[in-house]
Design a protein around this ligand. Structure first.
Ligand code: ATP
Ligand code: MG
Length: 364
């Protein structure tokens, strides 16, 4: 197969699936697809496989319509590029994936001349991904300053608290009227409650105990715990990538992270709702200022009412809750632990579709 740019007399080398798949195209964070004149897939790079959740070996030979639902906008752009033989660019066009998920992408379609007609080279950059990086970086920075504030505050609160508790204890022994002991007890109990609260806000004290872990051991454990906690009321579906390699994590602390998020999902959906745990790898992803070759994404989907809009901007701050009896610590602790692993938790939520994504670097 010889290909050349419509306007260039030079053949384009290495665009066939073999060269395409193992070559430089796989290093790209942009998804690249080559379609023939009937919009059947001739080649796809790794980022494309991950976007469409399809392997090249299966997808090549399928029509684009089998990979995603094409609406009129898409058809028009593809037809236009082919008919006018000139590149077409569209920002933020929505791609409806086979899984039912919608993904906004920036799209460039370049016509490529071929013996049998005009082929199309598609470049797709997911908009959320760019957004997620900058949003993630902001989140990361704000978490760091938050940790400093909590540390300072905890110190200021805990010192006098010790004094107050000690004084109340002494006082209770000296009381002539034991009927007043009830009050010193209240002082001590409240001092203890405050201390526990501050300790919780600080997150787990234990250093990370990093060991090579299969992430699915943790997700399975969490799934069983929540199913037991809800006494079988909630059924948690799984969509795992079995090919994920083991990587270094603190199993207990990550269990806490996923438990906090999944428990929230259960509390949000109630008995008739659906929760799905999904694992995938993502390539070339920036976390905390570091670009990682491979990142593990653990997504917790639920079809509940969504995170209340008014708390969304502060969702990961301590004491932010939308529940009457919530302490608002679950997500802030989870975020803290994720950060300690060099990772991050993000949330996208709308009524009927909430997803919390835990991203962890997988340096192997
Ligand atoms: N999956 C979800 N769907 C809808 N709202 C959610 C979801 N996850 C979290 N929330 C909202 O975010 C709030 C904060 O969650 P977080 O876990 O930090 O605290 P909490 O659940 O209120 O209390 P706790 O400390 O007991 O976990 C919740 O109160 C809830 O309003
Ligand atoms: Mg919670």
């Amino acid at each position: 197969m010889t290909l050349s740019h419509a306007h260039s007399p030079h053949p384009v080398e290495g665009v066939e699936q073999n060269g395409f798949h193992s070559g430089t195209f796989d290093m790209l964070a942009t998804s690249v697809l080559l379609l023939d004149e009937r919009w059947y897939l001739r080649a796809i790079n790794l980022a494309g496989e991950s976007l469409f959740d399809a392997s090249a070996s299966r997808a090549v030979g399928e029509s684009l319509e089998q990979l995603a639902q094409l609406d009129n906008d898409w058809r028009e752009l593809l037809t236009q590029a082919q008919a006018e033989d000139c590149p077409v660019v569209r920002r933020g066009i929505v791609l409806l994936l086979r899984s039912g998920l919608q993904q906004a992408v920036d799209l460039t379609i370049s016509p490529v001349a071929h013996d049998s007609g005009v082929y199309l080279l598609l470049e797709l950059t997911t908009v959320d991904r760019l957004y997620a990086i900058s949003e993630g970086e902001n989140l990361w920075a704000s978490q760091e300053s938050l940790r400093q504030i909590i540390k300072g505050l905890a110190h200021e609160v805990k010192n006098p608290l010790g004094g107050i508790r000690g004084a109340a204890q002494l006082l209770s022994k000296e009381l002539a009227n034991q009927g007043l002991a009830e009050y010193t007890e209240i002082i001590m109990a409240e001092a203890d409650r405050l201390r526990t609260l501050v300790d919780k806000m600080l997150g787990p004290r234990e250093k990370l105990d990093l060991r090579a872990t299969n992430i699915h051991q943790i997700t399975e454990h969490v799934r069983q715990l929540i199913e037991a906690e809800s006494q079988g009321e909630v059924d948690i579906a799984r969509d795992y990538d079995p090919g994920l390699p083991e990587f270094l994590t603190d199993k207990d602390q990550l269990t806490q992270v996923l438990l906090n998020i999944t428990r929230n999902a259960w509390q949000a959906v109630g008995p008739s709702g659906h929760i799905t745990l999904r694992t995938r790898s993502r390539r070339q992803y920036t976390l905390g200022g570091h670009r990682h070759k491979l990142v593990c994404a653990i997504e917790i989907f639920d079809d509940g009412p969504g995170v209340p809009k008014d708390i969304m901007p502060q969702l990961f701050l301590p004491m932010v809750t939308g529940r009457a009896n919530g302490t608002g610590l679950g997500l802030s602790i989870a975020q803290m632990i994720a950060n300690r692993h060099g990772g991050l938790i993000q949330c996208h939520s709308e009524p009927g579709a909430t997803v919390f994504t835990l991203l962890l670097p997988m340096e192997t």
